[in-house]
Design a protein around this ligand. Structure first.
Ligand SMILES: *Cc1c(COP(=O)(O)O)cnc(C)c1O
Ligand SMILES: [Zn+2]
Length: 386
């Protein structure tokens, strides 16, 4: 492994990479709302030559362990095959928007049909290496379904904490995988706290990506793949839906790493999208206040309806670094974009993931996209979600 340590996003201190380090020991949950989340540090001088030979990736694996030297695991795990998902060209949508090219990074092709499988693949690999028998997470849907599926495959006991509004369909998927389901009386944020209390008390392995720093490393592989699949040509824009901020924050890290290794020479502009009804990170990016949450309404974009985002510091740093931006879209725009993705690109995305196209359409009203290349991260494809 080329991991050298963990660095706190709040106070900047670095720590040894203990197997179950989650938050910064001095910042903890934080006083003004931002927890002391940690970032995994690598020896890139060692990882680069291990990853590459003559500017090409050495591994011929067609899953995320292709990038093993940039992951916090010593060896590929015996987990469901994850990653190396296709970049689906969408020429009809590109023409409509005046783009040079538009690609859909189709992460609905993962084993449980969402990008969450990337984090789960790394988490379950680590849990198995540590000899853990049980794992847990809190989730509005996809993370729990992902952990349940990977646990069924690996023979781990799986505990999931879901919000009160989790649909019957999702509960039945979870039970179908044999997971032990706790339905919270509150929202995702409450389910998250309940999971942290019980999970820590029992010594189960955490698949809460917002706190367990090793999991974001799995999510960053989406960016490593995008860069490699485009022949190390960097797209102008990469758009993803934002809940806790781990997905787009991880994608930003991946693009910085391939630049650091000399494979690319610039960064894409990161564009984060949220639903108008729950948009704490749009407000925060615009300079309105800290992580205090909001007086928000209802949205069908359940996978990103996070009132108190726990990876805000990571995401904001990546947005600054890439001259990125955040956009809020009404559910009506997202619904139209969901239909358009199917009609004009042949890709069925869950409601939340269609917010990426809604964001691109909004951006096209604000600035010219002529000659640009854009990538939409299609993070999930469960038909009922929600
Ligand atoms: C979890 C999820 C997201 C957001 O990821 P965060 O890491 O919470 O920002 C986006 N889309 C889908 C489909 C998801 O399941
Ligand atoms: Zn700290």
């Amino acid at each position: 492994m080329f991991v050298t340590g963990l660095r706190c996003f709040r106070c900047g201190s670095t720590f040894p990479a203990e197997p179950e380090s989650y938050l910064c020991p001095s910042c903890g949950l934080g006083t003004e709302g931002d927890p002391g989340i940690l970032d995994v540090q690598y020896d890139y001088g060692g990882a680069g030559p291990a990853l590459l030979a003559g500017g090409r990736v050495r591994s011929d694996r067609q899953d995320l362990f292709r990038y093993l030297p940039l992951l916090p695991v010593a060896a590929a795990g015996s987990v469901l095959p994850t990653g190396w998902t296709p970049m689906v060209p969408a020429p009809r949508l590109a023409a409509r928007l005046g783009l040079k090219a538009l690609y859909l990074k189709d992460d609905t092709r993962n084993p449980t049909r969402s990008l969450k499988d990337r984090a789960t693949a790394v988490g379950v690999t680590r849990a198995l290496a540590l000899g853990k028998r049980a794992v847990y997470c809190a989730s509005a849907g996809n993370a729990a379904i992902s952990l349940a599926g990977f646990s069924a495959h690996a023979g781990l006991e799986c505990h999931v904490y879901v919000p009160s509004y989790a649909s019957e369909t999702r509960l039945s998927w979870l039970r179908g995988y044999g997971a032990r389901v706790r339905v919270s009386s509150g929202n995702y944020d409450q389910a998250f706290e309940e999971s942290e209390q019980e999970g820590a008390a029992h010594g189960w392995y955490s698949r809460n990506c917002a706190f367990n720093p090793y999991l974001v490393e799995g999510k960053k592989t989406a960016a490593l793949e995008i860069a490699e699949q485009l022949g190390w040509q960097v797209p102008d824009l990469v758009i993803a839906p934002v809940g806790d901020g781990c997905t787009l924050g991880g994608i930003g890290k991946g693009f910085r790493e391939v630049r650091l290794l000399g494979l690319t020479d610039r960064l894409p502009r990161l564009v984060g999208v949220q639903a108008e009804a729950v948009q704490p990170l749009v407000r925060r990016f615009a300079g309105a206040g800290s992580n205090s949450g909001g007086t928000d309404g209802e949205t069908r974009a359940a996978s990103i309806a996070v009132q108190r985002p726990r990876n805000a510091l990571r995401l904001l740093a990546e947005l600054r670094e890439s001259s990125g931006l955040m956009l809020a879209l009404p559910d009506s725009d997202i619904a139209a974009a969901q239909r358009l993705l199917a009609e004009a690109a042949g890709v069925v995305a869950e409601f939340t993931s269609a917010a990426t196209l809604a964001g691109l359409l909004r951006l096209a009203e604000q600035e010219s996209l002529a000659g640009k290349t854009a990538v939409l991260t299609i993070t999930g494809g469960r038909p009922d979600n929600p």
